[in-house]
Design a protein around this ligand. Structure first.
Ligand code: 8YV
Length: 328
């Protein structure tokens, strides 16, 4: 049934232009000071709202959804990953879940390339050397990194973001390999001159760079386990702009500390914002605060997707970005 002005509760501060449009279209409750909502605030929100707009920082689990009021019809998540939402519990209560696919693909792929470059060419270490006034002038063996041209990149998860990473990497003369639940269409495989590995183990043992670009699901939790990380060669570099839970962070940290792999570029962490303190001490890692999609244009586009999803539901239609369990 169409709703003229649904009560929309937004858990975090969104870009002004998005919030203004939400105020015009809906009965919106915004989070002006951007504080992380407490559990009891979230309970109040799901009890009252027609629509909840959470982000990755809100845990929308079965216990919370059990307390949802009869009005809650839509969880319009601000972001692509939905691992913070119990999809089965939402479905059981007849609550639609939507996300914001497509609009953060390029930004996240750019950040993946930035990390590949930063780790391989030691950008952050170089910056520190200069800033801390330890640089004593050019030297033929100073700050030697690894050349990217001619290297092999193994992409885990060849969805939109994985493919966008592959397109960029090809511009650097890197050859593309990937592991995915299934092969990408022939036309894409051909365009990217990509090699498919059904066996992740086999791929890991042969790559120079690994990039994690798959969602976090029960099937991908610790996909890069301690055993699998051991398959990597000592000069290899691991990049993660997807979800921390896909890598066993403790095992990765141990291997980086022991120089059993060359480096890592991490935008996401297993228990973020908490980070293994041993990682913070290492020079061969670049650590970012989950900023893969953090461009103004990207965040506005994500907000627009959220608005479209709410508006279509309010107008009595099926929102375009419905998330179906086990698909995607
Ligand atoms: C978002 C992300 O900023 O969309 C995702 O899955 O990881 C991020 O880029 C975040 O999820 C916002 O909720």
């Amino acid at each position: 049934m169409p709703l003229t002005k649904p009560l929309v509760i937004v858990t975090r501060k969104l870009p002004d232009v998005v919030e203004t449009r939400m105020m015009e279209l809906f009965d919106s409750r915004l989070n002006h000071d951007d504080h992380a909502m407490t559990e009891s605030e979230l309970v109040d929100a799901v009890k009252q709202a027609d629509v909840l707009v959470p982000t990755v920082t809100d845990r929308i689990d079965g216990a919370l959804l059990a307390q949802a009021g009869p009005r809650l019809k839509l969880i319009a998540s601000f972001g692509t990953g939905v691992d913070h939402i119990d999809l089965a519990a939402a479905r059981a209560k007849g609550i639609t879940v939507t996300n914001t696919p497509g609009v953060l693909t390029d930004d996240t792929a750019d950040m993946t390339m930035a990390l590949i470059l930063a780790v391989s060419r030691r950008l952050v270490e170089g910056d520190r050397l200069v800033r801390e006034k330890r640089w004593q002038g050019w030297g033929p063996t100073l700050m030697l990194g690894q050349r990217l041209t001619g290297k092999r990149l193994g992409i885990i998860g060849m969805g939109r973001i994985g493919q966008a990473v592959a397109r960029r990497a090809r511009g650097f003369g890197i050859s593309i390999h990937y592991h995915n639940r299934r092969r990408v269409p022939d036309a894409v495989q051909h365009e990217l001159e990509a090699t498919y590995w059904e066996s992740l183990d086999q791929m890991l043992a042969r790559m120079d760079i690994i990039s994690v670009n798959c969602p976090h699901t029960p099937a991908t939790y610790h996909l890069l386990s301690a055993r699998r990380l051991k398959l990597l060669r000592p000069h290899s570099v691991v990049i993660n702009t997807a979800r921390g839970e896909v890598i066993d962070e403790d095992a990765l940290t141990r291997m980086l500390a022991a120089h059993e792999i060359a480096g890592a570029g991490l935008d996401v962490f297993e228990h973020e914002p908490a980070i293994n303190p041993k990682l913070l001490k290492l020079d061969n890692v670049v650590l970012l605060p989950h900023m893969g999609s953090a461009t103004l244009e990207g965040r506005v586009a994500m907000g627009e997707r959220v608005i479209i999803n709410i508006k279509t539901l309010a107008d009595g239609h099926r929102p375009p970005d419905r998330v179906i369990e086990g698909v995607g």
